[in-house]
Design a binder for this molecule. Structure first.
Ligand SMILES: [Zn+2]
Length: 396
């Protein structure tokens, strides 16, 4: 019994120590420069504890002394400053045909950005060897000491169990149960994984539009559709880590066959892939990028406009289902289509907020992502910094 109690006390002490450190660092991250007295006042943490933490953080190179402030009597207080380039992180986004790799600092500034094509996910070893090569090259070319790399965060299109480090299911990639633990050894860096829509929602919550919003649904429109659910500032992942699979809810009974095994899934009608496929089918052409489609749309190409109108009809149905299921304050649309804000938002709202008994325009706000196509990958690169910074882990 006593042993048990001692154990509990040790845990509490460690939790408090970590929480104090995160509070101090989060404050310095926001304010950049402060004296120990100011930190103590703002956080309610005692001066000796602040001093201990500051000494530790200076020794680790995350903050530095930056002169002295005016004295209010007695010795002039020392100012400490946050160093954004003291730690780096890699964000890696994997989708059906591309792998994108970025390097960011503690301010989430993208310092390096590259992309390579893949054809499917059959040869995962080869893909990871290629990522490994790029990661090492970036570290070497920029002379970054390995201890200053906090880790690698992966954003993945499927059901991710971050505790077991498993990509459990990714129907679009045609894979199941990919164990990311083995890659920790390969990279000799901490590895973090997250579903791409959750990573995007996490980035919006931490860096983007979501900083001031409590309840939001992030809809990630890519080659599929994923959604990240944020409830009262926390990312809701569900019992089996698969909350938010709205992309695979049926919107057309007996509709097209989906790779998940069902028919008529929302993403077959409202993803990037669906948009391009429909345009190519109508025109017997073979455009492969949304950029090309957007140009046609802006040039008022008749078929592109027709395909876009029909696409918005389907996108709206899924959004109506989300509003009826979750009644969120905000819906944020991310992915490449979010760049088309002027052609997207108004016609979409007209379709979503049609006359009905439950909701009207204004009950839920529909916005486009502030971080645009960078949301998921920035969210991935934030994962390794979670330990360092965030007072709440923002995941439930
Ligand atoms: Zn499906």
């Amino acid at each position: 019994m006593i042993e048990h109690m001692i154990k509990l006390n040790t845990v509490d002490h460690e939790t408090i120590r970590k929480s104090n450190r995160r509070k101090i660092l989060s404050l310095l991250y926001q304010k950049r420069e402060l004296t120990k007295q100011e930190i103590s006042k703002e956080t309610g943490i005692s001066i000796p504890t602040v001093t201990n933490n500051i000494n530790e953080l200076i020794a680790e190179g995350i903050i530095e002394e930056a002169g002295v402030a005016d004295s209010t009597g007695g010795r002039k207080p020392v100012i400490v400053r946050f160093i954004p380039d003291s730690r780096y992180s890699f964000g890696i986004n994997i989708d059906l045909d591309h792998v994108r790799i970025i390097l960011t600092n503690l301010d989430s500034q993208i310092k390096y950005d590259t992309c390579f094509s893949i054809t499917g996910f059959d040869n995962i070893e080869e893909i990871f060897q290629r990522i490994y090569k790029i990661v090492n090259q970036v570290i070497e070319e920029n002379n970054i000491p390995k201890k200053n790399i906090s880790g690698i965060g992966f954003s993945l299109p499927g059901t991710v169990n971050e505790e077991k480090m498993l990509l459990e299911l990714a129907p679009n990639l045609g894979v199941r149960n990919i164990d990311f633990k083995i890659f920790t050894k390969l990279f000799s860096l901490p590895i973090y994984i997250e579903n791409e829509a959750n990573a995007a929602a996490f980035a919006e919550l931490t860096l983007g539009i979501g900083q001031k919003l409590n309840n939001l649904i992030y809809i990630s429109v890519t080659q599929g559709i994923g959604t990240g659910i944020v409830i009262k500032d926390y990312l809701y992942k569900g019992k089996n880590k698969r909350a938010g699979e709205f992309g695979h809810t049926t919107i057309v009974a007996g509709g097209q066959k989906c790779s998940c095994g069902k028919n008529g899934c929302w993403e077959l009608y409202a993803s990037d892939r669906a948009l391009l496929k429909n345009y190519n089918k109508e025109t017997q052409s073979n455009i492969t990028s949304l950029k090309e489609f957007f140009t046609l749309l802006r040039d008022k190409n008749y078929t592109a406009q027709k395909v876009w109108e029909s696409y918005l009809d389907y996108l709206a149905i899924g959004i109506q289902n989300i509003i009826l299921s979750l009644d969120p304050h905000y819906i944020i649309i991310g992915g490449e289509i979010s760049q088309l804000e002027d052609l997207l938002l108004e016609p979409l709202k007209e379709r979503v907020f049609i006359e009905n008994s439950f909701y009207k325009e204004g009950d839920t706000k529909i916005l486009t992502s502030r971080l645009k196509e960078n949301s998921s990958i920035l969210g991935a690169s934030l994962l390794p910094f979670q330990e360092l910074f965030f007072v709440n882990e923002k995941i439930i």
